[in-house]
Design a protein around this ligand. Sequence first.
Ligand SMILES: CC(C)(COP(=O)(O)OP(=O)(O)OC[C@H]1O[C@@H](n2cnc3c(N)ncnc32)[C@H](O)[C@@H]1OP(=O)(O)O)[C@@H](O)C(=O)NCCC(=O)NCCS
Length: 194
Amino acid sequence: MIRRLDGLPPAATDQAAQLYWAAFGTKLGRLLGPEARALDLLARVIRADHALVAVTRDRPRVVGVAGFRSTAGGFMSFGQRHLAAVYGDWGGLWRSAVLRGLAGDVDNARFLIDGLAVHPDWQGQGLGSALIDALAAEARARGYERLRLDVADHNIRARALYERLGFGVVGHQRLRLLAPVFGIRGSTAMDRAV
Ligand SMILES: CC(C)(COP(=O)(O)OP(=O)(O)OC[C@H]1O[C@@H](n2cnc3c(N)ncnc32)[C@H](O)[C@@H]1OP(=O)(O)O)[C@@H](O)C(=O)NCCC(=O)NCCS
């Protein structure tokens, strides 16, 4: 069942943060790790009004999360204040600079999918596709005409899924100086009509 994260109790945000970290911790570990600090930060910066989640029916548990970015903001709002609270003044400052560099790429004209992850035990059952369908409905309701996402070059499976769901390649970004920080060489931008 797909729900808006802001309609669920705070524990659901913690579960979404854990899912996000399990999926992207390898990529973000150098910047935001170790895990305990990263989870502390994610709980502070996740904006529940910019995320949809897949929830199990029996004992409610978040097993999929899809963040999005609209003109009103993104899935996470990394303020200097939050970063300093978790990593100290200097640690917060350089992380904030790196995150600002990444955010420079954001395209607000199209509705941007800002992180999609399904728990490994629940993958291959259509939840990722259902979350993208729900994101398309959310985008439509907000008046957007196109959906956009970025997929890391090595993520062949996710890219194949997006192609099956009608996304086409619209660009490629090389990470250059930041490549060693994230352990990926670059990412491909894809989009489709909502
Ligand atoms: C990418 C990701 C979100 C896809 O989620 P998912 O829930 O597995 O996606 P779906 O189940 O909708 O589709 C994936 C596969 O299941 C198949 N599938 C779809 N609906 C299905 C169903 N009802 N029953 C069985 N299989 C199904 C699809 O054909 C697809 O096949 P594949 O194994 O060749 O890829 C998930 O793999 C994930 O979290 N990966 C780690 C994080 C990540 O890479 N995120 C993307 C960053 S851009």
